[in-house]
Design a binder for this molecule. Structure first.
Ligand code: NAD
Ligand code: SER
Length: 313
């Protein structure tokens, strides 16, 4: 294990901070190089090496991969759903070219493993709403969803054609307390905790009954590491695995928060993110992940809410 040298690209983001810290605990601090376009996140400072990398600059990335003797790459740099709709060209360029740069370098340098996350955003209004299966109709309506779906097929292509061991999960909306979310449609489920503590009130940008697939960050980090540590012959999906944690609506999470803060109130002022949310499934069937590499989530809404407040307090 100590022979591995891991590069995390997008390490200062919502997932990157926690994934980098988790990988450092497993592989050793100096064997996990954090990188990002923006400055090093405070929580990473002093925990291991950090380099500034723009994933769009392929030459610079290539030099760092060789210089650092990288054996695994986790690519997290992307523009998420809501921000992507504000600048579709930018989102497409970063989400596609960033991935292609990493896949090309992985092929040329024979990188042992690559991780790249997809999203529930690949699904569109024509996909089944409840228990959306691994293989189904997939017609995304956001540039983010289109880029993720195209990216899944590039991963599959590089695996089948060049033997690159690239693995992927379709994350649901992720809820965490360590680092802030980066412009997604599911961000309300993080903001609501902060506002509940600060103001005892929250105005939600989605309607009260908008049920979406979500997951608590410790489950997402564990899923990522379990997928990456599974034997290659167990990985039957080389596009991206469906992954399920817990599904809830704004009114359901508000009711759970009220158990901790009885005076908490919620109001609703849906904006353009409602259309994005309405196009996604309400719940996900992740039985292929369960049968291939024994995936099982731990956190339900109650456990997650309790843990969020315990840590945010
Ligand atoms: P985030 O926006 O919090 O973090 C992304 C990081 O990438 C940021 O720190 C940003 O500075 C960095 N970055 C942007 N452009 C870069 C560039 N050119 N070069 C290097 N770094 C750059 O996003 P996140 O929530 O941590 O998401 C990480 C990945 O997981 C993304 O691919 C995202 O699509 C996927 N995902 C996230 C969620 C979620 O709920 N957070 C759900 C599904 C999928
Ligand atoms: N949480 C992400 C978003 O809302 C899903 O990929 O964009």
């Amino acid at each position: 294990m100590s022979k591995e040298k891991i590069l995390v690209i997008g390490a200062s983001g919502q997932i990157g901070v926690e994934l980098t810290l988790a990988l450092r605990r497993i592989y050793g601090n100096n064997n996990v190089v954090a990188s990002d376009l923006r400055e090093e996140n405070d929580l990473l400072k002093g925990t291991g090496p950090y380099v500034s990398i723009d994933v769009m600059n392929k030459e610079m990335l290539h030099v760092q991969v060789i210089r650092q003797n990288v054996t695994q790459i986790y690519l997290l740099a992307a523009i998420l759903s809501a921000t992507g709709e504000k600048n579709p060209t930018l989102a497409w360029n970063l989400n596609m070219q960033g991935l292609l740069n990493v896949l090309d370098i992985a092929r040329e340098e024979q990188i042992r493993k690559v991780y790249w996350p997809s999203s529930i955003a690949v699904f569109g209004p024509t996909s089944p709403k409840v228990n959306c299966p691994q293989q189904t109709i997939i017609e995304p309506i956001t540039v983010y969803g289109i880029s993720k779906y195209a990216g899944e097929f590039w991963c599959n292509y590089y695996n089948k054609r060049y033997g690159v061991d690239v693995r992927s999960l379709r994350y649901p909306g992720l809820i965490s307390y360590k680092s802030s979310p980066g412009g997604g449609t599911t961000d309300y489920a993080v903001d609501i905790f902060h506002q509940a503590l600060e103001d005892k009130a929250y105005t939600c940008f989605l309607k009260e009954d908008t049920r979406l697939p979500m997951m608590y960050m410790p489950d997402a980090i564990r899923a990522t590491i379990e997928l990456m540590e599974a034997p290659a012959e167990h990985i039957s999906i080389r596009t991206s695995y469906n992954l399920s944690g817990v599904s809830f609506s704004p009114s359901e999470i508000a009711a759970e928060i009220k158990k901790h803060i009885p005076e908490f109130t919620i109001s609703y002022k849906p904006d353009s993110r409602q259309d994005i949310a309405d196009s996604w499934p309400q719940s996900i069937d992740d039985s292929v992940a369960t049968s291939d590499w024994n995936w099982k989530p731990e956190y339900d809404l109650q456990m997650m809410t309790k843990d969020m407040f315990a840590n945010l307090h």
